[in-house]
Write a protein that binds this ligand. Structure first.
Ligand SMILES: NC(=O)c1ccc[n+]([C@@H]2O[C@H](COP(=O)([O-])OP(=O)(O)OC[C@H]3O[C@@H](n4cnc5c(N)ncnc54)[C@H](O)[C@@H]3O)[C@@H](O)[C@H]2O)c1
Ligand SMILES: O=C(O)[C@H](O)COP(=O)(O)O
Length: 538
């Protein structure tokens, strides 16, 4: 079966690993037959460009910068695996354009990062790193390192996703009050978690400690800046174990210097490695070199997760954690999976009906299918449509991107009403002043059927070599076509006819055993009252 991704043989897949991954975590890949693992950590950008050239898969953590240049240098690359959460080191747009799927390991390091955040907050509150260095220097200074308690303080959490939520739970265990801001945080969920919800400005104004846990994106770059520092309580403490760049480092420096911020605990930085920066000279700043996910458990877990997705991918199976295409739960996949081929075949079929460039594609889902997330089916239908002209580099990852970039508007429509069929997919295309449509279904135990082409009701298996002939409904037309095909030694496997009205426009859908050549199409067109002949190979 054609699954969400193009099938690719696992055999001889070259997997380049350019950041240190847990050896135990690499087991699923080592056990996969025919895989060549190339472990090349610490490469220069030039070395990476050369090494990636023949790689089928690239596995990274946060160090490797997977730029557009790297992606374009990789002639065979099909999948990039991020053994961790943040994908800000990967040019997702470039990967999507090239049809390269990006997968990550979103859950494996959640606990590790949450524990690190709590450790950093506690260390910051009690000046543990500074006191330790002082002691190492032979000083017994108890006065200088008086700290503050966490109990009864307010922790402001910006970004209440997987890690933010774990931090909230632990902070409550420290008897802190928690207030959080996240665009997806509802009052109900906050109530369930026993925390308060506020706007970003309310959160930063209320908090004694502020910790950020958003991804780094355009919208979150410098989310915490001079304006926001001005709104905070005097003596606030800041923690960043998410991504450098969410907090403006220059503004943080000024806020600490001015005394507005009492201290900061940083694990991540705008530029890494973060060495020799003036923030590190401030005694109020404690820091770790991006260690949030650096535990034996987390590293094993993220490497296993990403390795398994790579094995799934090369085995032609749906991946669990795609970043640049919709992810589908196992339950939904069980429902829509059987329709992947049908959607692609309907797309491929309709691509033969329009003569002018397509401007619009409408995909309609009727019946049971309408209850599910059908975006993967839409991508498959688009893939089928675009493959005719764009060839095999179209896949589920870039189908939507390619449609957008050539100006084809794509829309999805759903209705649970479906006359006569339990589930029906209709692909409609507009091309200039033409509109064409094809509808198909899956018949229990019998497989795919095309049941309608434009306004004609048919019953055709979308496979092999098809001939679609438009003609005038009158006696003899079908016989003449049959005779001509016999003369050309083309065997008819099935034939279906449909008409709008007696004596009006009609179509023949003929399945033949061998390909119909252009000169045979020309002969068919010479038959009286035949208006159009399309050959469709599926
Ligand atoms: N230091 C480390 O080693 C380490 C380890 C793991 C993860 N991380 C980083 O931690 C961050 C969080 O990871 P996660 O797994 O919890 O991700 P997540 O996707 O589960 O959570 C991110 C949350 O941020 C929210 N968000 C997005 N934009 C926002 C905005 N403008 N304001 C407020 N909230 C916003 C999202 O709604 C989401 O709930 C990521 O940046 C990730 O890369 C760092
Ligand atoms: O986003 C992540 O998962 C963390 O920042 C971990 O990054 P790392 O894999 O480089 O430790």
């Amino acid at each position: 079966m054609n699954t969400t991704i193009e099938k690719t043989a696992l055999k001889n897949a070259v997997i380049l690993i350019s950041d240190p991954l847990s050896e135990e975590g690499l087991q699923p890949l080592r056990e996969a037959e025919g895989v060549e693992l190339k472990i090349r950590t610490g490469m220069t950008p030039e070395e990476l460009l050369a090494a990636v050239k023949d790689a089928d898969a690239l596995l990274v953590r946060s160090q490797t910068q997977v730029t557009r240049e790297v992606i374009e240098a990789a002639d065979n690359l099909k999948i990039i695996g991020r053994a961790g959460v943040g994908v800000d080191n990967i040019d997702l747009e470039a990967a999507t354009e090239r049809g390269i799927i990006v997968v990550n390991a979103p859950d494996g390091n959640t606990n590790s990062a949450a524990e690190h955040t709590i450790a950093m907050m506690t260390a910051l509150a009690r000046n543990i790193p500074q006191a330790f260095v002082s002691l190492k220097e032979g000083k017994w200074d108890r006065k200088k390192f008086v700290g503050v308690e966490l109990k009864e303080k307010t922790l402001g959490i910006v970004g209440l996703g997987r890690i933010g939520a774990e931090v909230a739970r632990r902070a409550k265990g420290q008897r802190m009050s928690v207030i959080a801001y996240d665009p997806f945080l509802t009052e109900e969920r906050a109530k369930e978690m026993g925390i308060a919800v506020g706007t970003l400005d309310e959160v930063v104004a209320a908090a004694d400690f502020i910790t950020v846990h958003t991804p780094l994106m355009k919208e979150t770059r410098h989310l915490i800046n001079a304006d926001r520092f001005a709104k905070m309580k005097d003596g606030v403490r800041i923690i960043n174990c998410a991504r450098g760049g969410i907090i403006n480092e220059d503004d943080l420096y000024d806020a600490i210097e001015s005394g507005k911020v009492a201290g900061a605990a940083l694990d991540v930085f705008e530029t890494e490695p973060f060495v020799g920066h003036r923030l590190l000279d401030l005694p109020q700043v404690i820091a770790t070199p991006h260690l949030g996910a650096s535990t034996i458990e987390a590293q094993e877990s993220v490497a296993i997760d990403v390795g398994r997705d790579v094995v799934r991918f090369f085995g032609g199976n749906p991946v669990r954690n795609p970043v640049n295409m919709p992810s589908v739960s196992r339950e939904v996949l069980a429902k829509i999976g059987p329709f992947f081929d049908l959607a692609e075949d309907l797309g491929a079929f309709i691509s033969h009906l329009a003569d002018k460039p397509l401007t619009e594609v409408n995909i309609r889902y009727a019946g049971d299918l309408a209850e599910f997330d059908v975006r993967p089916l839409t991508r498959n239908a688009l893939k089928g449509i675009l493959k005719r002209n764009l060839g095999t580099h179209v896949n589920d990852v870039n189908a939507k991107f390619l449609a957008d970039s050539i100006g084809i508007g794509v829309s999805e429509h759903k209705t649970t009403q479906s006359k006569g069929f339990q589930h029906l997919i209709t692909v409609e295309v507009k091309a200039g002043d033409e509109t064409h449509s094809v509808s198909g279904t899956l018949l229990n135990g019998l497989g795919e059927r095309i049941v309608k082409v434009d306004d004609y009701v048919v019953d055709v298996v979308p496979a092999g070599h098809l001939l679609l002939i438009k003609h005038k409904d009158q006696p003899g037309a079908i016989g003449r076509v049959g005779t001509l095909l016999a003369e050309e030694n083309i065997n008819i496997a099935t034939m279906q006819v449909g008409r709008s009205a007696a004596g009006g426009d009609a179509i023949m859908m003929i399945t033949v055993d061998n390909e119909v050549k252009p000169e045979e199409v020309s002969r068919l067109l010479e038959i009286e009252d035949i208006h159009a002949v399309r050959t469709i190979d599926l």
